[in-house]
Ligand binder design. Structure first.
Ligand SMILES: O=C(O)C(=O)C[C@]1(C(=O)O)C=C[C@@H](O)C=C1
Length: 365
């Protein structure tokens, strides 16, 4: 045997033995999770038991990232543990996650990034349908887009919180890479039209003007729908992401064509219960103010005085009347923190309405 073959044999024996140990350890971990489920059920007999614990998952993933010894990057190690926890949770209770569909959208990619692949993902045609599915209890959680770094806020999602009783339980950010996709069956034909979602066209405008000027752009309801059409229609292409490309068997004619290299979308996880503090949290509130001078100042000043960082403030017209406004505010901290309690009680005295939309772990992955 050559030296190479001997060494390779030794290393592969070592890998086999490590795999055996990893498998034993993952199985032991899964048994622990099953036992955790029994404890949760015994503590809440006859009630809706919330098996998924976002604050605990965030703590586990943060610890893995901090203690990762390498050579695998911390992100990669966290991703592996994300999947292990997802499988453990599925043993406790298979979870239904509603998302803005159809299959193959960036929202589905965000849902799988956040929950791992052991969930049952349920595509729905509109943002309000995702809210309804979770409100009715048909799905335990929902995933909806809330803002894009190039295109701004998704107003429909913000407006849903005015009337919905749901809570924000988490957030996840996804780097959005758009590709120009064609079917391998039709790739030798000239492209006469490009399908995509209106937001994706906006995110790739400069690239399209430079590289595909004059080709008809047809707006459809989602990137996945664009990919479906490109798969079927000769002479057509789609702008969509990896999941849609894979789902419809499309090839990339041009890779990552988004105008801004940091193009990122933030998604919210919506559910029916409040999330305890994880140690690194964010909160969202909705404040409705009387339309008088200094209204915005009255909302913001307490945050400044109590040293709480705002991460976003957005204004939307109030559904209750012309020229009245609702402020959506995201800030660092948890509603159970003493400083946050003080800020919110001060705002409560000034506001027509203060609605706590939820406190949740800052996205880890
Ligand atoms: O710690 C728990 O409460 C568990 O259910 C265990 C576990 C895990 O696998 O670590 C699984 C699901 C929860 O969402 C959080 C953590």
């Amino acid at each position: 045997m050559t030296d190479e073959k001997t060494r390779l044999g030794e290393l592969r024996d070592e890998i086999d033995s490590l795999d055996q140990q990893i498998m034993q350890l993952i199985s032991a971990r899964a048994k622990c999770a099953q036992e955790v489920a029994n404890v949760k059920m015994a503590a809440n007999p006859g009630q809706d038991v919330f098996f998924y614990r976002p604050e605990r998952e965030a703590q586990v993933l943060r610890r893995i990232k901090e203690q990762n010894p390498g050579p695998l990057p911390a992100e990669e190690m966290a991703r592996l543990f994300r999947e292990i926890m997802s499988a453990c949770l599925a043993l406790e209770k298979p979870m239904h996650i509603a998302f803005l569909g159809p299959l193959g959208t960036f929202t589905q990619a965000a849902a799988l990034k956040h929950f791992g692949h052991s969930v049952i993902s349920v595509p729905l045609p509109a943002i309000d349908a995702v809210f309804r599915e979770v409100e009715s209890g048909a799905a335990q959680y929902g995933v909806v887009p809330v803002e894009n770094s190039t295109e701004g806020m998704v107003n429909h999602t913000l407006d849903m919180f005015i009337s919905s009783p749901l809570k924000i339980c988490g957030e996840v950010q996804l780097r959005i890479h758009h590709h120009l996709l064609v079917s391998p069956k039709h790739k030798d034909q000239d492209i006469t039209r490009i399908y995509s979602h209106q937001q994706s066209f906006a995110q790739c405008r400069q690239w399209l003007d430079t590289h595909r000027y004059g080709i008809e752009r047809i707006t459809v309801s989602s990137n996945a729908e664009a990919a479906r059409r490109a798969a079927e229609e000769p002479g057509s292409a789609a702008i969509a992401g990896d999941m849609a490309a894979e789902l419809y068997g499309l090839e990339k004619l041009s890779n990552s064509i988004e105008d801004r290299p940091d193009n990122t979308t933030r998604f919210l996880i919506i559910g029916r219960e409040e999330v305890p503090a994880s140690g690194q949290d964010k909160s969202s509130v909705l404040v409705s103010m009387r339309n008088k001078p200094g209204a915005l100042y009255a909302v913001l000043e307490p945050f400044h005085r109590h040293g709480i960082s705002l991460t976003r403030i957005e204004t939307r017209p109030s559904p209750s009347g012309t020229w009245a406004y609702v402020f959506y505010i995201d800030f660092e901290g948890h509603v159970e923190d003493e400083q946050v309690k003080k800020v919110l009680s001060e705002i409560d005295q000034e506001a027509v309405e203060l609605k706590r939309l939820g406190s949740y772990p800052i996205g880890v992955l």
